[in-house]
Write a protein that binds this ligand. Sequence first.
Ligand code: T46
Length: 339
Amino acid sequence: MKIIVTGGAGFIGGNFIHHMTTKYPSYNIICLDALTYAGNIETLESVMDHPKFKFVKGDISDRDFIYQLFEEEKPDVIVNFAAESHVDRSIADPGIFLQTNILGTGVLLDACKKYGIKRYHQVSTDEVYGDLPLDRSDLFFTEETPIHTSSPYSASKASADLLVQAYCRTFKVPATISRCSNNYGPYHFPEKLIPLMIANALNDKSLPVYGNGENVRDWLYVEDHCIAIDMIIHKGKVGEIYNVGGHNERTNLEVVKTIIRELGKSEDLISYVTDRLGHDMRYAIDPTKIKNELGWEPTTTFDEGIKKTIKWYLDNKSWWENIISGEYQKYYDKMYGNR
Ligand SMILES: Cc1cn([C@H]2C[C@H](O)[C@@H](COP(=O)(O)OP(=O)(O)O[C@H]3O[C@H](C)C(=O)[C@H](O)[C@H]3O)O2)c(=O)[nH]c1=O
Protein backbone atom coordinates (compact mmCIF):
# COMPACT_ATOMS: atom_id res chain seq x y z
CA MET A 1 0.00 0.00 0.00
CA LYS A 2 1.39 3.39 -1.01
CA ILE A 3 -0.36 6.50 0.33
CA ILE A 4 0.29 10.11 -0.59
CA VAL A 5 -0.72 12.38 2.28
CA THR A 6 -1.01 15.94 0.99
CA GLY A 7 -0.59 18.70 3.56
CA GLY A 8 1.25 16.22 5.76
CA ALA A 9 3.42 18.91 7.38
CA GLY A 10 0.32 20.66 8.66
CA PHE A 11 -1.63 20.02 11.85
CA ILE A 12 -4.10 17.25 11.01
CA GLY A 13 -2.02 15.81 8.15
CA GLY A 14 1.04 15.61 10.40
CA ASN A 15 -0.89 13.83 13.14
CA PHE A 16 -2.27 11.46 10.49
CA ILE A 17 1.25 10.61 9.30
CA HIS A 18 2.30 9.85 12.89
CA HIS A 19 -0.78 7.65 13.30
CA MET A 20 -0.29 5.74 10.01
CA THR A 21 3.47 5.16 10.28
CA THR A 22 2.96 3.76 13.79
CA LYS A 23 -0.08 1.62 13.03
CA TYR A 24 0.96 0.38 9.57
CA PRO A 25 4.78 0.23 9.54
CA SER A 26 4.76 -1.70 6.25
CA TYR A 27 2.84 1.00 4.32
CA ASN A 28 4.76 3.42 2.12
CA ILE A 29 3.75 6.89 3.23
CA ILE A 30 4.68 9.91 1.11
CA CYS A 31 4.10 13.35 2.58
CA LEU A 32 3.50 16.00 -0.06
CA ASP A 33 3.55 19.52 1.33
CA ALA A 34 4.20 22.98 -0.09
CA LEU A 35 5.58 24.16 3.28
CA THR A 36 3.58 27.37 3.28
CA TYR A 37 3.44 29.39 6.52
CA ALA A 38 1.35 26.73 8.28
CA GLY A 39 3.43 23.73 7.23
CA ASN A 40 6.28 22.84 9.52
CA ILE A 41 8.82 20.18 8.72
CA GLU A 42 9.67 19.91 12.44
CA THR A 43 6.25 18.29 12.90
CA LEU A 44 7.60 15.28 10.97
CA GLU A 45 11.02 15.09 12.64
CA SER A 46 10.32 11.76 14.36
CA VAL A 47 9.28 10.00 11.13
CA MET A 48 11.94 11.39 8.78
CA ASP A 49 14.17 8.31 9.28
CA HIS A 50 11.30 5.82 9.02
CA PRO A 51 12.31 3.43 6.20
CA LYS A 52 8.90 3.62 4.52
CA PHE A 53 8.44 7.39 4.82
CA LYS A 54 9.34 9.99 2.22
CA PHE A 55 8.90 13.77 2.19
CA VAL A 56 8.28 15.61 -1.09
CA LYS A 57 7.97 19.40 -1.25
CA GLY A 58 5.42 20.61 -3.77
CA ASP A 59 2.15 22.36 -4.45
CA ILE A 60 -1.04 20.43 -5.23
CA SER A 61 -2.09 23.10 -7.74
CA ASP A 62 1.09 22.60 -9.82
CA ARG A 63 -0.26 20.27 -12.51
CA ASP A 64 3.05 19.23 -14.14
CA PHE A 65 4.60 18.48 -10.78
CA ILE A 66 1.58 16.46 -9.59
CA TYR A 67 1.38 14.42 -12.81
CA GLN A 68 5.10 13.64 -12.58
CA LEU A 69 4.70 12.56 -8.95
CA PHE A 70 1.83 10.21 -9.82
CA GLU A 71 3.80 8.79 -12.75
CA GLU A 72 6.86 8.13 -10.60
CA GLU A 73 5.17 6.94 -7.42
CA LYS A 74 2.01 5.20 -8.70
CA PRO A 75 0.17 5.72 -5.40
CA ASP A 76 -2.74 3.51 -4.32
CA VAL A 77 -4.39 6.10 -2.07
CA ILE A 78 -4.43 9.90 -1.83
CA VAL A 79 -5.57 11.58 1.38
CA ASN A 80 -5.94 15.30 0.71
CA PHE A 81 -5.36 17.44 3.79
CA ALA A 82 -3.63 20.21 1.81
CA ALA A 83 -5.64 23.39 2.29
CA GLU A 84 -5.58 26.95 3.40
CA SER A 85 -7.61 26.54 6.57
CA HIS A 86 -7.82 29.77 8.57
CA VAL A 87 -11.18 31.54 8.26
CA ASP A 88 -9.79 34.98 9.24
CA ARG A 89 -7.14 34.79 6.53
CA SER A 90 -9.79 33.84 3.96
CA ILE A 91 -11.74 36.98 4.89
CA ALA A 92 -8.62 39.15 4.59
CA ASP A 93 -7.39 37.58 1.31
CA PRO A 94 -9.54 34.89 -0.39
CA GLY A 95 -7.45 34.32 -3.55
CA ILE A 96 -5.04 31.69 -2.25
CA PHE A 97 -7.99 29.75 -0.78
CA LEU A 98 -9.51 29.40 -4.26
CA GLN A 99 -6.13 28.46 -5.72
CA THR A 100 -5.16 25.75 -3.24
CA ASN A 101 -8.48 24.45 -1.99
CA ILE A 102 -10.41 24.38 -5.27
CA LEU A 103 -7.88 24.33 -8.11
CA GLY A 104 -5.47 22.14 -6.12
CA THR A 105 -8.20 19.60 -5.46
CA GLY A 106 -9.10 19.72 -9.17
CA VAL A 107 -5.50 18.93 -10.16
CA LEU A 108 -5.35 15.99 -7.75
CA LEU A 109 -8.64 14.64 -9.12
CA ASP A 110 -7.38 14.99 -12.70
CA ALA A 111 -4.25 13.06 -11.74
CA CYS A 112 -6.39 10.32 -10.14
CA LYS A 113 -8.48 10.13 -13.31
CA LYS A 114 -5.42 10.02 -15.58
CA TYR A 115 -3.24 7.55 -13.65
CA GLY A 116 -5.85 5.50 -11.78
CA ILE A 117 -6.14 5.15 -8.02
CA LYS A 118 -7.66 2.75 -5.49
CA ARG A 119 -9.04 5.54 -3.29
CA TYR A 120 -9.08 9.34 -3.14
CA HIS A 121 -10.09 10.78 0.23
CA GLN A 122 -10.99 14.43 0.68
CA VAL A 123 -10.65 15.87 4.17
CA SER A 124 -13.36 18.50 4.44
CA THR A 125 -15.10 20.48 7.14
CA ASP A 126 -18.46 20.87 8.84
CA GLU A 127 -18.26 24.57 7.91
CA VAL A 128 -19.68 23.64 4.49
CA TYR A 129 -23.07 23.32 6.25
CA GLY A 130 -23.00 26.91 7.54
CA ASP A 131 -24.08 27.31 11.14
CA LEU A 132 -26.88 26.42 13.57
CA PRO A 133 -28.79 28.82 15.84
CA LEU A 134 -27.77 28.90 19.52
CA ASP A 135 -31.36 28.40 20.72
CA ARG A 136 -31.84 25.10 18.79
CA SER A 137 -29.65 22.63 20.68
CA ASP A 138 -31.78 19.86 19.15
CA LEU A 139 -30.33 20.55 15.66
CA PHE A 140 -27.19 18.86 14.29
CA PHE A 141 -25.49 18.65 10.88
CA THR A 142 -26.13 15.35 9.11
CA GLU A 143 -24.62 14.28 5.80
CA GLU A 144 -27.92 15.37 4.18
CA THR A 145 -27.80 18.92 5.55
CA PRO A 146 -27.63 21.27 2.53
CA ILE A 147 -24.42 23.15 1.82
CA HIS A 148 -24.77 26.76 2.96
CA THR A 149 -21.40 28.45 3.36
CA SER A 150 -20.48 31.63 5.25
CA SER A 151 -16.80 32.45 4.64
CA PRO A 152 -14.54 32.33 1.57
CA TYR A 153 -12.79 29.44 3.34
CA SER A 154 -15.95 27.35 3.72
CA ALA A 155 -17.08 28.24 0.19
CA SER A 156 -13.73 27.00 -1.16
CA LYS A 157 -13.99 23.74 0.81
CA ALA A 158 -17.59 23.20 -0.32
CA SER A 159 -16.54 23.80 -3.95
CA ALA A 160 -13.81 21.20 -3.57
CA ASP A 161 -16.33 18.69 -2.13
CA LEU A 162 -18.61 19.25 -5.12
CA LEU A 163 -15.70 18.63 -7.50
CA VAL A 164 -14.89 15.38 -5.68
CA GLN A 165 -18.50 14.23 -6.00
CA ALA A 166 -18.57 15.19 -9.69
CA TYR A 167 -15.35 13.26 -10.48
CA CYS A 168 -16.64 10.29 -8.50
CA ARG A 169 -19.88 10.13 -10.42
CA THR A 170 -18.77 11.19 -13.91
CA PHE A 171 -15.25 9.74 -14.10
CA LYS A 172 -15.65 6.97 -11.53
CA VAL A 173 -12.78 8.26 -9.39
CA PRO A 174 -13.25 6.11 -6.24
CA ALA A 175 -13.62 8.89 -3.71
CA THR A 176 -14.84 9.48 -0.18
CA ILE A 177 -15.26 12.71 1.79
CA SER A 178 -15.12 13.36 5.52
CA ARG A 179 -16.41 16.54 7.17
CA CYS A 180 -14.94 17.17 10.59
CA SER A 181 -15.65 19.56 13.40
CA ASN A 182 -12.97 21.72 15.09
CA ASN A 183 -9.82 19.70 15.72
CA TYR A 184 -7.38 20.35 18.55
CA GLY A 185 -4.25 18.64 19.87
CA PRO A 186 -0.47 18.57 19.28
CA TYR A 187 1.13 20.55 16.38
CA HIS A 188 -1.85 22.92 16.00
CA PHE A 189 -0.68 26.18 14.42
CA PRO A 190 -0.93 29.01 16.96
CA GLU A 191 -3.30 31.17 14.94
CA LYS A 192 -6.31 28.94 15.79
CA LEU A 193 -8.30 29.49 18.98
CA ILE A 194 -6.90 26.81 21.32
CA PRO A 195 -3.16 26.99 20.52
CA LEU A 196 -3.30 30.79 20.28
CA MET A 197 -4.88 31.06 23.72
CA ILE A 198 -2.38 28.60 25.24
CA ALA A 199 0.60 30.42 23.71
CA ASN A 200 -0.66 33.88 24.65
CA ALA A 201 -1.59 32.84 28.20
CA LEU A 202 1.85 31.29 28.72
CA ASN A 203 3.39 34.59 27.55
CA ASP A 204 0.94 36.62 29.69
CA LYS A 205 -0.39 38.27 26.53
CA SER A 206 -4.04 39.19 26.15
CA LEU A 207 -6.55 36.61 24.92
CA PRO A 208 -8.63 38.08 22.06
CA VAL A 209 -12.19 36.72 22.20
CA TYR A 210 -14.28 37.66 19.17
CA GLY A 211 -17.65 39.29 19.93
CA ASN A 212 -19.20 38.05 23.17
CA GLY A 213 -17.54 34.61 23.11
CA GLU A 214 -20.88 32.78 22.97
CA ASN A 215 -20.20 31.07 19.62
CA VAL A 216 -20.14 27.28 19.96
CA ARG A 217 -17.71 24.83 18.41
CA ASP A 218 -17.67 21.02 18.63
CA TRP A 219 -14.13 20.01 19.62
CA LEU A 220 -12.62 16.84 18.16
CA TYR A 221 -9.32 15.52 19.51
CA VAL A 222 -7.06 15.17 16.46
CA GLU A 223 -6.10 11.53 17.18
CA ASP A 224 -9.80 10.55 17.12
CA HIS A 225 -10.08 12.27 13.75
CA CYS A 226 -7.04 10.38 12.40
CA ILE A 227 -8.61 7.07 13.48
CA ALA A 228 -11.82 8.03 11.66
CA ILE A 229 -9.95 8.78 8.41
CA ASP A 230 -7.98 5.53 8.76
CA MET A 231 -11.32 3.67 9.00
CA ILE A 232 -12.86 5.54 6.07
CA ILE A 233 -9.98 4.84 3.66
CA HIS A 234 -10.01 1.15 4.64
CA LYS A 235 -13.73 0.47 5.11
CA GLY A 236 -15.69 3.52 3.88
CA LYS A 237 -17.94 3.15 0.84
CA VAL A 238 -16.95 4.92 -2.37
CA GLY A 239 -19.14 7.95 -3.07
CA GLU A 240 -20.04 8.46 0.59
CA ILE A 241 -19.67 11.46 2.89
CA TYR A 242 -18.95 10.87 6.58
CA ASN A 243 -19.37 13.53 9.25
CA VAL A 244 -16.77 13.28 12.04
CA GLY A 245 -17.59 15.16 15.25
CA GLY A 246 -16.26 15.18 18.78
CA HIS A 247 -19.57 15.49 20.67
CA ASN A 248 -17.80 18.12 22.78
CA GLU A 249 -19.71 21.36 22.30
CA ARG A 250 -18.30 24.36 24.14
CA THR A 251 -18.68 28.13 23.85
CA ASN A 252 -15.45 29.91 22.96
CA LEU A 253 -15.52 31.61 26.33
CA GLU A 254 -15.77 28.24 28.13
CA VAL A 255 -12.74 27.02 26.16
CA VAL A 256 -10.69 30.13 26.96
CA LYS A 257 -11.61 30.01 30.66
CA THR A 258 -10.68 26.31 30.83
CA ILE A 259 -7.23 27.09 29.39
CA ILE A 260 -6.78 29.98 31.84
CA ARG A 261 -7.74 27.72 34.75
CA GLU A 262 -5.46 24.85 33.66
CA LEU A 263 -2.52 27.25 33.33
CA GLY A 264 -3.25 29.04 36.60
CA LYS A 265 -3.59 32.42 34.88
CA SER A 266 -6.03 35.30 35.45
CA GLU A 267 -9.27 35.90 33.53
CA ASP A 268 -8.13 39.54 33.33
CA LEU A 269 -6.12 38.43 30.30
CA ILE A 270 -9.37 38.10 28.32
CA SER A 271 -9.95 40.95 25.89
CA TYR A 272 -13.23 41.15 23.94
CA VAL A 273 -12.38 42.27 20.41
CA THR A 274 -14.28 43.08 17.21
CA ASP A 275 -16.27 40.10 15.99
CA ARG A 276 -15.27 38.06 12.92
CA LEU A 277 -17.25 39.12 9.82
CA GLY A 278 -20.04 36.61 9.07
CA HIS A 279 -19.08 34.70 12.24
CA ASP A 280 -20.79 31.26 12.38
CA MET A 281 -22.73 30.78 15.63
CA ARG A 282 -22.71 27.06 16.29
CA TYR A 283 -21.33 23.88 14.73
CA ALA A 284 -22.61 20.50 15.91
CA ILE A 285 -22.42 17.13 14.20
CA ASP A 286 -24.77 14.16 14.23
CA PRO A 287 -22.35 11.22 14.44
CA THR A 288 -24.88 8.47 13.66
CA LYS A 289 -23.74 7.50 10.17
CA ILE A 290 -20.05 6.89 10.84
CA LYS A 291 -20.89 5.13 14.11
CA ASN A 292 -23.42 2.76 12.51
CA GLU A 293 -21.55 2.10 9.27
CA LEU A 294 -17.91 2.04 10.38
CA GLY A 295 -18.11 1.65 14.16
CA TRP A 296 -16.22 4.92 14.80
CA GLU A 297 -16.85 7.02 17.91
CA PRO A 298 -14.68 9.72 19.51
CA THR A 299 -12.93 8.40 22.62
CA THR A 300 -11.32 11.56 24.04
CA THR A 301 -13.47 13.85 26.17
CA PHE A 302 -12.77 17.57 26.06
CA ASP A 303 -11.56 17.52 29.67
CA GLU A 304 -8.95 14.86 28.85
CA GLY A 305 -8.06 16.30 25.44
CA ILE A 306 -7.46 19.84 26.61
CA LYS A 307 -5.18 18.62 29.44
CA LYS A 308 -3.17 16.51 26.99
CA THR A 309 -2.98 19.43 24.55
CA ILE A 310 -1.80 21.92 27.17
CA LYS A 311 0.82 19.44 28.37
CA TRP A 312 2.05 19.03 24.79
CA TYR A 313 2.45 22.80 24.39
CA LEU A 314 4.31 22.99 27.71
CA ASP A 315 6.60 20.10 26.72
CA ASN A 316 7.21 21.38 23.18
CA LYS A 317 7.74 25.08 23.67
CA SER A 318 10.43 25.36 21.00
CA TRP A 319 8.01 24.08 18.31
CA TRP A 320 5.54 26.93 18.75
CA GLU A 321 7.96 29.59 19.97
CA ASN A 322 9.85 29.26 16.67
CA ILE A 323 6.62 29.88 14.82
CA ILE A 324 5.59 32.82 16.94
CA SER A 325 8.96 34.50 16.63
CA GLY A 326 8.96 34.24 12.84
CA GLU A 327 6.58 34.70 9.94
CA TYR A 328 3.49 34.18 12.03
CA GLN A 329 4.33 37.08 14.32
CA LYS A 330 4.35 39.54 11.42
CA TYR A 331 0.91 38.33 10.37
CA TYR A 332 -0.40 38.35 13.92
CA ASP A 333 0.75 41.94 14.48
CA LYS A 334 -0.77 43.05 11.18
CA MET A 335 -4.12 41.46 12.01
CA TYR A 336 -4.36 42.19 15.73
CA GLY A 337 -1.87 44.94 16.46
CA ASN A 338 -0.48 44.75 19.96
CA ARG A 339 -3.53 43.27 21.73
C1 T46 B 1 -8.42 32.73 16.39
C2 T46 B 1 -9.57 33.15 17.26
C3 T46 B 1 -10.80 32.56 17.14
N1 T46 B 1 -11.85 32.96 17.89
C4 T46 B 1 -13.14 32.27 17.74
C5 T46 B 1 -13.68 32.18 16.33
C6 T46 B 1 -14.42 30.85 16.34
O1 T46 B 1 -15.74 31.03 16.81
C7 T46 B 1 -13.66 29.99 17.33
C8 T46 B 1 -12.66 29.05 16.69
O2 T46 B 1 -11.91 29.79 15.76
P1 T46 B 1 -10.79 29.12 14.85
O3 T46 B 1 -10.28 30.15 13.92
O4 T46 B 1 -9.81 28.43 15.73
O5 T46 B 1 -11.60 27.97 14.10
P2 T46 B 1 -12.93 28.00 13.17
O6 T46 B 1 -13.11 29.29 12.51
O7 T46 B 1 -14.06 27.47 13.98
O8 T46 B 1 -12.48 26.94 12.05
C9 T46 B 1 -11.74 25.75 12.39
O9 T46 B 1 -12.58 24.61 12.40
C10 T46 B 1 -13.21 24.29 11.19
C11 T46 B 1 -14.02 23.05 11.37
C12 T46 B 1 -12.32 24.32 10.02
O10 T46 B 1 -12.58 23.70 9.00
C13 T46 B 1 -11.23 25.34 9.99
O11 T46 B 1 -10.21 25.02 9.09
C14 T46 B 1 -10.65 25.53 11.36
O12 T46 B 1 -9.77 26.64 11.34
O13 T46 B 1 -12.96 30.92 18.17
C15 T46 B 1 -11.70 33.96 18.86
O14 T46 B 1 -12.67 34.31 19.57
N2 T46 B 1 -10.47 34.54 19.01
C16 T46 B 1 -9.40 34.19 18.22
O15 T46 B 1 -8.32 34.79 18.39
